[in-house]
Design a protein around this ligand. Structure first.
Ligand code: GH3
Ligand code: MG
Ligand code: MG
Ligand code: MG
Length: 314
């Protein structure tokens, strides 16, 4: 166990940069038609460590929401030509958007508006004028609660990468995005080779450490837009938005070489062994559903098994 941990530590040292950028506190969307309030709020939030996008109307907000994932939205109610209520209807109709935390920031203080917003799914309601500090404190609390909930719901507890549930919802979201903006998207399906015999020979806890190391390497080698998830027992998937199958193949090949060359466990005679995996790559084509894309990658992975393992097939 200690030996394997040491190997993982080495991997970490190699790749960690000496001056990492401070992590973002989250990506926010500020929707307000008042340019002064909007830029004031955006500037203060950026100074507090958030990444902030601004939208002056509902149309811009919906476009931004299709293009990228947000951690929280602040929403003005009185806007032209569509009111903030229209954005509620858009968000709540979409399973991938309906749970984004939302704070209403409104000049309307009537009880009826407040109740209606909460009924429509708002998480908080702040009336203008407001003090930035109070608003930021409420926002930070809401984000923290959402993050811990998402961690439980969407992460695999053993490896820390996304779970299958999250992968499937993101795949669905990416495919919808491609309907309006066509582009490449590829998927890799990985399965560790002869993993049962590693478990049988060295025990389940060594097997668990190897799964953790594998997840770690996949994330280390990924680009910023890639999504790594544990699909099942010793199976991982990597979604590559914006990449064709050749580029996706190259990314996974880099991982294959690294895993292949890295001694992970020692047998009783003291010999070092590495773990290998077989992978299949599939590229999305217009009209293809998510299930079919996964099946194609899985079928390619099986061909990699049949033709000798430790390889990648498109
Ligand atoms: P192949 O090369 O054909 O994929 O052979 P394999 O042995 O990897 O395939 P098989 O599907 O027969 O075995 C998968 C093994 O993965 C069986 C199971 O014990 C192991 N496994 C699944 N989940 C976990 C886990 O969370 N921890 C550990 N340690 N092992 C796991
Ligand atoms: Mg307004
Ligand atoms: Mg398997
Ligand atoms: Mg296997």
């Amino acid at each position: 166990l200690a030996y394997h941990r040491q190997q993982l530590e080495l991997g970490r040292l190699e790749t960690s940069s000496p001056h990492p950028a401070p992590p973002s506190q989250g990506r926010l969307l500020v929707v307000d038609d008042d340019p002064f309030l909007r830029s004031y709020l955006a500037r203060r939030l950026r100074l507090s460590g958030y990444e902030v996008d601004e939208a002056a109307n509902v149309e811009t907000a919906t476009r931004l929401l299709r293009e990228r994932a947000y951690d929280l939205i602040t929403l003005d109610l009185i806007m032209e030509p569509q009111s903030g209520y229209e954005l509620f209807h858009y968000l709540k109709a979409d399973p991938t958007l309906k749970w984004i935390p939302l704070i209403v920031l409104s000049g309307r203080g009537e009880l009826g508006d407040k109740v209606r917003c909460f009924e429509l799914g708002a998480d908080d309601y702040i009336t203008k004028p407001f003090q930035f500090e109070e608003m930021a404190a409420r926002l930070s609390r809401l984000l923290a609660r959402t993050k811990s909930f998402e961690h439980l719901a969407f992460r695999d507890p053993l490896t820390g990468v996304y779970n299958r549930r999250y992968f499937e919802s993101r795949l669905h979201q990416e495919l919808r995005r491609l309907e309006s903006e066509p582009g490449p998207l590829s998927l890799a399906f990985l399965d560790l080779d002869r993993f049962k015999s590693i478990n049988d020979t060295y025990g389940h806890s060594i097997g668990d450490l190897i799964l953790q190391g594998m997840a770690y390497l996949l994330q280390q080698n990924g680009g910023p837009g890639d999504l790594v998830a544990r699909f099942g027992g010793e199976e991982f998937v990597v979604l590559f938005p914006g990449l064709g199958r050749k580029e996706a193949h190259e990314r996974i090949e880099a991982v294959r070489r690294r895993v292949h060359g890295q001694p992970v466990y020692r047998d009783k005679e003291g010999r070092s062994h590495s773990v290998t995996f077989s992978a299949g790559i599939a590229e999305w084509k217009p009209g293809m559903g998510g299930d079919r894309l996964v099946r194609l990658a899985d079928e390619a992975m099986y061909r990699a098994k049949e033709t000798g393992r430790d390889r990648i097939i498109e």
